[in-house]
Design a protein around this ligand. Sequence first.
Ligand code: FAD
Length: 332
Amino acid sequence: MLIGTEEMAAGSLAVGGSLMTRPEILVRALLSAGTEEQKRRWLPGIASGELLVAVAVSEPDFGSDVAALQCRATSQPDGSWLVNGAKLWCTFAGRAHLVMLLCRTGGEPGHRGLSVFVAEKPSRLGHDFEHRIDSGGVLRGHAIPTLGYRGLHTFELVFEDYRLPGSALVGEQGRGFYLQMESFATGRLQTAARAVGVMQAALRDTLAYTAQRRVFGRPVAEHELARAMLGRMGVRLHASRQLSFAAARLHDQGGGQVEASLAKLYASRMAEYVTRDAMQLFGGMGYGEETDVSRYFVDARVLAIFEGAEEVLALRVIGRSLEKAGDEMRKR
Ligand SMILES: Cc1cc2nc3c(=O)[nH]c(=O)nc-3n(C[C@H](O)[C@H](O)[C@H](O)COP(=O)(O)OP(=O)(O)OC[C@H]3O[C@@H](n4cnc5c(N)ncnc54)[C@H](O)[C@@H]3O)c2cc1C
């Protein structure tokens, strides 16, 4: 999975995100808590690429604080659900056929009242879409212009009395927070791999460019300082890759949640450094949209923001786990 993701992201961060990361997050949730009927209905289409996936967790007022989400699904006497509320930053929501949706279903505040649904919709191109369903409900999407990551659109979504069948609920009602977080752990591994892919592309292009571009009578790459920069780019790329592979091995053994966050945090920040060096070594051409390194640079910037912002991973996931480990060591 990581190797496939790296390769796709080396072509385009958006391709990795749309074809690997989002399906992976939903598939994890379905494998973990879906019914046989749900698995049969969605997994083959997701695996073949016929069903594209978006994930709608973030909202206008809540992103990092997932437990505070407000978009609500209300159960109806016939077993269906009516969704009302807004989601923000739902990447690929236009093209997607399936939206993994985290909603508040219970009266309890915080993480206990959340549930995961799969909302089916037609795939739509363009910056705006509106999907009306027969029962009268509507889902509207509007693309948000972004600095980078432009190979796919990320949407603001508004649900108004949008009816979902009872069979759209994945897992137990009220257990959605845990299911979402479990799925995000794999999403973070994916994002570490996407960062590695972007670094790989940046290093590849920079090696090629600096070997042929001559300054002061010699190729850029033959100047000591440039060579040191290339070496540093290589080290950051390889360290990030090995960290993500190590986390993936632990994940295969049923653990690795914290390590996935660690790999994601580190690789995302390294991707910013590596793509910056790439742009620098390209000189003026690095700043022109004509060369891909300018895209790598703006794409890399988003990696530390989504799939768990850097600060939240450092503080709440990695920091807490280090604290716990420290307590245990002291007890021993
Ligand atoms: C291009 C793009 C695509 C995205 N795609 C998706 C998607 O497909 N699905 C989806 O659901 N979401 C998506 N997101 C949303 C993304 O996951 C959120 O932006 C992210 O979780 C941060 O939430 P926020 O934007 O609300 O920032 P906030 O939560 O408002 O955070 C603002 C700042 O405060 C910091 N912060 C937060 N809590 C703490 C704390 N306890 N201590 C210290 N600092 C803190 C954060 O690190 C950040 O720097 C996407 C975002 C972008 C930009």
